[in-house]
Design a protein around this ligand. Structure first.
Ligand code: AMP
Ligand code: ZN
Length: 468
């Protein structure tokens, strides 16, 4: 299998450190709000990559963090007049719900920065000890970037250029030795969450989190480190500097980065008003459609989000689900007989699409071509699956479609229709739960209904619902 490695800027044959095992780390979201559809892209594409590795028989240790201490979280907490921990706990929970609705598998471990402070203090102390970091007078600890010779290798920047770029920027009150030195530990400001450390009561910088959590859960050298392309510099560059300076070993062997998601060909931003949360999309679509939309492009290409493209994804997905449904119906009515010689030949024809699918995925996780192979298989099934076929043949076709869609994280069994009476019953139960302040159960019911495509709206007159 080939992977495009950002470090070498070429596709390389993937060889794991340990046969049959893959250690993979994907930078997760900062949890101060509902995740947006841009955040969903790395979740979906790297989950699909992981599923493909598992399909190939690898055991995958997949670690993805939640950044739960950060300026934005603190700002939001101040705005609401609550603890930062309350904000992060709330949005971690919401993020997990969105991930489940997008059929993103939970990571093997989802570490949280605030639970790993000891490890960070340890790594920072080791870096100071080795001369790679220093404490400033105010209790801030900086990484001594100039000491790390390989700095800039991932982002293909060199220190002289960075130095030249920084020279014009005069920062007053800055206690750094060099402008490109970055923060490992910062002293707290009033009202901020803080931990004791040898340098000051304070909190870690963002980059040190991932270095420490990756090491703790996956070891000093891992196979794959991934995230959005905006993280290449400075985040991943800094992670490499910290980890390799501390361990003296290579940090990650392959670096994978997804391209950005834009909206109507513009950068997504709150100020432009073209900003969608995953939750907003869930009001209009089954999130399988969002997943399918993301996978119809190569993960490294920029991807444009628009209503038309979502409609196209919805129709494409519908074609697959309809073929699966027809097959199921044929299977139910078929004779339990073994495949005939002629069917064996036809089935061999169908397996060509599985090979095509694999070839696409082997080529740097080309999900766009993998999706095309699935469409070709669907077309083939629509022609070659008939009422007179044997059960074994029809089952085999169904299994093939099922397995390939499962790698993409697409569920081909349609949700059973939920009846109006059942909906009313669940809404009643939810009202009861709320009355009893059992908000967990109330939320659970709302989510259960949402998964079945039922959208609730709380109005002054009571609860209304509609089908998505
Ligand atoms: P953040 O919470 O900003 O640290 O982002 C979490 C993950 O989402 C990172 O891997 C980012 O690179 C990725 N990400 C953020 N915005 C986008 C976007 N518009 N398109 C693709 N990936 C994004
Ligand atoms: Zn990270």
């Amino acid at each position: 299998m080939k992977i495009y490695n950002t470090m070498t800027r070429q596709k390389e044959e993937f060889v794991p450190i340990e046969e049959g095992r893959v250690r993979m780390y994907v930078c997760g979201p900062t949890v101060y709000n509902l995740i947006h559809i841009g955040n969903a892209r790395p979740m979906i594409v790297f989950d699909t990559f992981r599923r493909y590795l598992e399909y190939k028989g690898y055991e995958v240790a997949y670690v993805s963090n939640f950044t739960d201490v950060d300026d934005k979280i603190i700002a939001k907490a101040l705005e609401e007049g609550v603890d930062a921990a309350e904000i992060s706990a709330r949005y971690i929970e919401e993020c997990r719900k969105d991930m489940a609705a997008m059929n993103v598998k939970p990571a093997t471990v989802h570490p949280m920065a605030t639970q790993e402070i000891d490890g960070m203090i340890e790594m920072i102390a080791a870096l100071i000890e080795k001369g790679y970091a220093y404490q400033a007078a105010d209790g801030t600890v900086y990484f001594r970037t100039g000491r790390f010779e390989r700095y800039g290798r991932l982002s293909h920047k060199n220190l002289e250029d960075l130095q030249a770029g920084h020279r014009d920027i005069k920062v007053t009150g800055d206690l750094k030795e060099e402008p490109f030195d970055f923060v490992l530990w910062k002293p707290k400001k009033e009202g901020e969450p803080a931990w004791e450390s040898p340098w000051s009561e304070g909190r870690p910088g963002w980059h040190i989190e991932c270095s420490v959590m990756s090491k703790k859960y996956l070891g000093e050298t891992i196979d794959i480190h991934a995230g959005g392309e905006d993280l290449i510099f400075p985040h991943h560059e800094n992670e490499i500097a910290q980890s390799e300076a501390a361990s003296g070993r290579q940090f990650a062997r392959y670096w994978m980065h997804n391209g950005f998601l834009n909206i109507d060909n513009q950068k997504m931003s709150k100020s432009l008003g073209n900003f969608f949360t995953v939750r907003e999309i869930a009001d209009r679509y089954d999130l399988q459609v969002l997943r399918f939309f993301m996978l119809s492009a190569h993960y490294r290409s920029p991807l444009n989000f628009s209503a038309d493209l979502m409609e196209a994804a919805k129709n494409g997905l519908e074609r697959i689900l309809t073929a699966a449904e027809n097959l199921k119906r044929l299977i139910d009515g078929a004779q339990a007989q073994e495949m005939t010689a002629e069917e064996k030949e036809l089935y061999a024809g169908a397996q060509e699409y599985q090979k095509k699918f694999e070839a696409a995925m082997e080529d740097d996780c080309n999900t766009a071509d993998a999706v095309s192979a699935v469409f070709e298989l669907v077309k083939y099934i629509n022609i070659h699956a008939l009422g007179q076929n044997t059960k074994e043949y029809l089952d085999s076709l169904y299994n093939e479609l099922h397995i390939l869609c499962d790698v993409l994280g697409i569920v081909i069994e349609r949700e059973e229709e939920i009846l109006d009476d059942e909906i009313d019953q669940l809404i009643k139960e939810r009202q009861e739960a709320r009355k009893n302040k059992d908000f967990a159960r109330a939320d659970e019911i709302r989510d259960e209904l949402a998964q079945k495509g039922i959208i609730l709206k709380d109005t002054r007159e009571g609860v209304t619902w509609r089908r998505a």
